[in-house]
Write a new protein. Structure first.
Length: 261
């Protein structure tokens, strides 16, 4: 019934209390913590234990601390950077396969497109149009500039979905997937054609979002990922990616055909 009790180190108790105070609003952004001397006394721990706790809190993005600062650490404004970094590191440390990442990306992006189609504002649609135009402007030109415009389009799309976790997750898995296949993409003999096809895929998603068709936006998003990335998968994994299509209303024959192309 019960699991063995986990011994808790003193610095973890300090981390828990300061973190809770920040999350509960008892400590606000830009507010300073008491000095190290005061905290050592209040928590009844050694200076080394306190500094370890402050290092952990800083790594999690809660505070900005400098050892020995007589004025105390500063509470940081909330940022998604630490979460983004943790997710990216987890994907690499756990040695996730390209198939696993693509399956996750399909789920994240399909729902992102679905939500964007259902609730985007006119201003958000205009932002996506601008990023789409920027992608087209770089076709056949600077690959890095094209990639940045591509990323900006996905970011605008995620903001239109109105879900911060989808935005963060989508950005991380997008970056990790591209890292895995970047050398193969760079080696492509026809980068201009590849850019044109990428723009066409984005345009189809944008059209469904413009028309306010959530189901079609999700289906196209799924199909785009199959079309672009299936070539980098072994046959068995390609089929597993195709098999996901039913959940998004995709035609199995069409998906399978794109895998073989």
């Amino acid at each position: 019934m019960f699991a063995p009790a986990r011994p808790v180190r003193a610095y973890e108790r300090v981390v828990e209390q300061i973190e809770a105070a920040i999350l509960d609003g008892k400590l606000l952004p830009d507010q300073r913590l008491p000095s190290e001397r005061e905290l050592v006394k209040e928590f009844a721990v050694s200076r080394s234990t306190l500094r370890e706790a402050l290092r952990v809190l800083q790594s999690r993005g809660f505070i900005q601390s400098r050892a020995g600062d007589p004025q105390g650490a500063v509470v940081q404004h909330f940022s998604t950077d630490s979460l983004r970094g943790s997710m990216a590191a987890l994907a690499r440390v756990e040695h996730l396969t390209l198939l696993e990442l693509l399956q996750f990306r399909v789920m994240v992006e399909a729902w992102t497109c679905r939500l964007a189609a259902a609730g985007r504002s006119d201003e958000q649609l205009e932002e996506m149009d601008r990023e789409m135009a920027a992608m087209r402007a770089h076709i056949g030109g600077d690959s890095e500039a094209f990639a940045e415009a591509d990323l900006a389009f996905h970011a605008a799309l995620a903001r239109a979905a109105g879900n911060k976790l989808l935005e963060i997750s989508g950005s991380v898995v997008h970056d990790v997937v591209l890292t895995l296949v970047s050398s193969k993409i760079t080696a492509s003999r026809n980068r201009r054609k590849q850019m044109q096809e990428s723009c066409e895929r984005h345009a189809r998603v944008l059209s469904a979002i413009r028309e306010g068709d959530p189901a079609e936006a999700a289906r196209i998003s799924y199909q785009n990922i199959v079309d672009y990335y299936s070539v980098y998968l072994v046959a068995a994994d390609r089929q597993r990616l195709v098999d996901m299509g039913a959940a998004f209303g995709a035609d199995p024959a069409a998906a399978a055909g794109s895998v073989g192309s």
